[in-house]
Design a protein around this ligand. Structure first.
Ligand code: SF4
Length: 629
């Protein structure tokens, strides 16, 4: 096998039905066109899965994909992307996590692992360099996540990196997570990867290796990494990541109308600063990086020392989690939200979807669409955290109302009926994260056209551009200067959002953390690192085109599954005037000309008016091969 600089050079395929594995050399052309991570996975899933495959069946492919920068020491290079067909949305799914797992997988000699089939019995995939084994995993079943990691490492070695599912994954809760890290506290959270693994009877992966990935020009790569890292560290504004973490957003998002409150009845609450203050003084212990070498360290280690929500120190309590279990539910008890964060981690369930479906249930309760007879005899009032935690545990166990909510809010609303669908806040079935499009119109467009649905990772750079005035170093690539753009303007944003999406794909293709792009790593920095790493001349323009190629291929995957313009619409609740809070008297915050924005976006992408990429666009992007399949 010839050397491919920047890559381990192999893909590991596991067939769980047959209990066998095989190796595939990484195709050089695929590496050039799709780079890695979510790009490479898009090629694998589009080519390797039939239309209409059951997400919980043997045909679904679960791809663990690293990027060429994963584990290299490049800024933010502790990422892995999990891609699959989502059991929650039925379309393209992509879920990113940070840890040392991706870097270790490359040390073991693999850029990606592709899992197909279904095992008859619970198994764990152990990759120890060239030695690959499927081991019985009955001893992991039923345990909380941190205990699984402990049991697994005790039996195979503490120096393995692991990815495990929790009880929610085993019970096929459609938004179950895959958990990484020494304590299993880092989640690939969105879209239900844990349920796909649970359905496959694959309870864990463990990897260990000692090889190194070849670098074309080691000196140039080292120098570029050093220069970019120094620039990040020297920028005083980046100190906020370690100081406040993402949780600091509680105060800022509230003020700017970016904080969904009471199941999206409003976009602010006025309590963000005091909630963050409580967390900072009473719960926060220390900042932590999710992988070895992170210089930003947005991770939080937190605890509750006393009272009914007493909770041991654990890593979690990100902004999204804290919002899902405070403002979404109208809950002012921060200790209860910290406790819920820990329960979600240990059960392996997505905090955003979990908080969202509980908020949806509280809304249904208020509207009289469900009552105590549906909920084990309990009422479910806003802010009732005992009720919320009880329901969360029943979702994990799939009991009663919990079983219905384990299907996700779109499906639950359909079954409840009576107007419940207007209370379910999702796009394409994925529940909304804690950023509100009434804070800036580019965000709404990003949510609507999002390939995974209403996702905070992918790609919300539009929000940072029109509301946050960030340009990501993209002005030379045609991005309009955000200084001259009003956050609530509507038409005129489609072209800009397309460029931002192409850029937003790159961290997930290269294997880096997106927060580094928010902190100053530009597309030109990425191109310079890729040139030194691969020995090919890579430009910023090449990378943005690769981002566009991947975004379009993911869209094609969805079009093949039946996605049309009708699926790119926004949920009813975010198109209403906020019922209370800072913006209740501000009509400009509500989107009115969404259809025009969508038309502009489609035109900028080279998609037709129903959101289908045209043949000409596909040929231009090097995706002509999809026309023949
Ligand atoms: S900034 Fe946060 S998410 Fe990104 S690599 Fe560091 S700890 Fe992980």
């Amino acid at each position: 096998m010839s050397r491919l600089d920047g890559y381990a050079g192999k893909i590991l395929h596991i067939d769980l039905t047959a209990g066998t594995w095989s190796l595939e050399p990484l195709d050089e052309e695929d590496a050039r066109l799709y780079l890695g991570g979510a790009g490479l996975a898009a090629k694998i899933l589009y080519s390797g899965m039939p239309r209409g495959a059951d997400p919980l069946g043997p045909e679904n492919l679960m791809v663990f994909a690293t990027g060429p920068l994963t584990g290299t020491g490049a800024p933010g290079s502790g990422s892995i992307d999990l891609c699959f067909k989502s059991p929650l949305t039925g379309i393209w799914a992509e879920s990113r996590s940070g840890s040392d797992f991706g870097g270790m997988l490359r040390k073991a000699g693999f850029d990606a692992v592709v899992v197909s089939g279904v095992s008859e019995k619970p198994v764990c995939l152990v990759v120890d360099g060239n030695e690959i084994a499927l081991r019985p995993a009955r001893d992991l079943a039923g345990r909380p996540v941190s205990e699984r990691v402990r049991v697994l490492k005790n039996s195979i070695g503490a120096d393995f990196e692991t990815a495990v599912i929790g009880p929610a994954g085993e019970n096929k809760v459609r938004y179950a997570t895959v958990m990484f890290g020494d304590e299993g506290s880092r989640a690939a959270g969105r879209s239900g990867g844990g349920a796909v693994m649970g359905a496959k009877n694959l309870l864990a992966l463990a990897v260990r290796g000692k090889a190194s990935v070849p670098v074309a020009d080691e000196d140039a790569f080292r120098e570029t990494v050093k220069r970019v890292t120094k620039r990040l560290v020297d920028d005083p504004s980046n100190a906020v990541w370690a100081k406040e973490g993402t949780t600091g957003e509680l105060a800022r998002a509230d003020k700017s109308g970016d904080w969904p409150t009471k199941n999206w009845a409003a976009n602010s609450w006025g309590k963000g600063p005091e909630l963050f203050d409580h967390f900072r003084k009473k719960n926060f212990i220390e900042a932590r990086g999710c992988y070895t070498g992170c210089v930003l360290r947005c991770g939080r280690v937190a605890q509750v020392t006393e009272g009914p929500w007493k909770t041991p120190a654990h890593e979690g309590c990100e902004y999204e989690t804290m919002s899902s279990f405070t403002s979404y539910l109208l809950n002012e008890d921060v200790d209860a939200a910290v406790h819920a964060s820990r329960v979600c981690n240990e059960m392996g369930i997505d905090t955003i979807s979990a908080g969202s479906v509980i908020a949806f249930a509280m809304d249904c309760f208020e509207q009289g669409l469900i009552d105590p007879s549906d909920n084990n005899g309990r009422t479910l009032e806003w802010g009732d955290m005992e009720g919320a935690l009880d329901l969360l545990k029943r979702i994990v166990r799939r009991e009663g109302l919990g079983d219905l909510l384990a299907e996700g809010s779109r499906e639950a609303a359909k079954r409840i009926g009576g107007g419940a669908e207007s209370l379910a806040v999702h796009v394409k079935g994925l529940e909304g994260p804690a950023h509100d499009p009434r804070s800036g119109k580019a965000l709404g467009l990003s949510y609507g056209v999002g390939n995974t649905g209403m996702n905070h990772i992918h790609p919300i750079e539009g929000m940072a551009w029109d509301a946050g005035k960030a340009d990501f170093g993209l002005l030379p690539y045609g991005l309009p200067d955000p200084a001259g753009i009003d956050r609530w303007d509507e038409p005129g944003k489609g072209e800009a959002v397309k460029i931002l999406h192409d850029f937003g794909m790159l961290p997930d293709m290269l294997g880096t953390c997106k927060f580094y792009a928010y902190s100053g790593v530009t597309v030109d920095d990425m191109a310079e690192m890729m040139t030194a790493l691969t020995g090919r001349t890579v430009t910023g323009k090449d990378l943005l085109k690769a981002g566009s190629r991947t975004y379009t291929l993911q869209r094609l995957f969805n079009v093949r599954e039946g996605v049309t313009r009708a699926d790119d619409m926004l949920p009813e609740k975010v198109l209403k005037q906020p019922a209370f809070g800072y913006y209740s008297e501000e009509p400009a915050c509500v989107t009115k000309r969404y259809g025009e924005m969508l038309d502009e976006y489609y035109a900028a992408r080279g998609w037709d008016c129903d959101g289908r990429p045209t043949g000409e666009t596909l040929e231009f992007l090097g995706l002509g091969w999809t026309l023949k399949t």
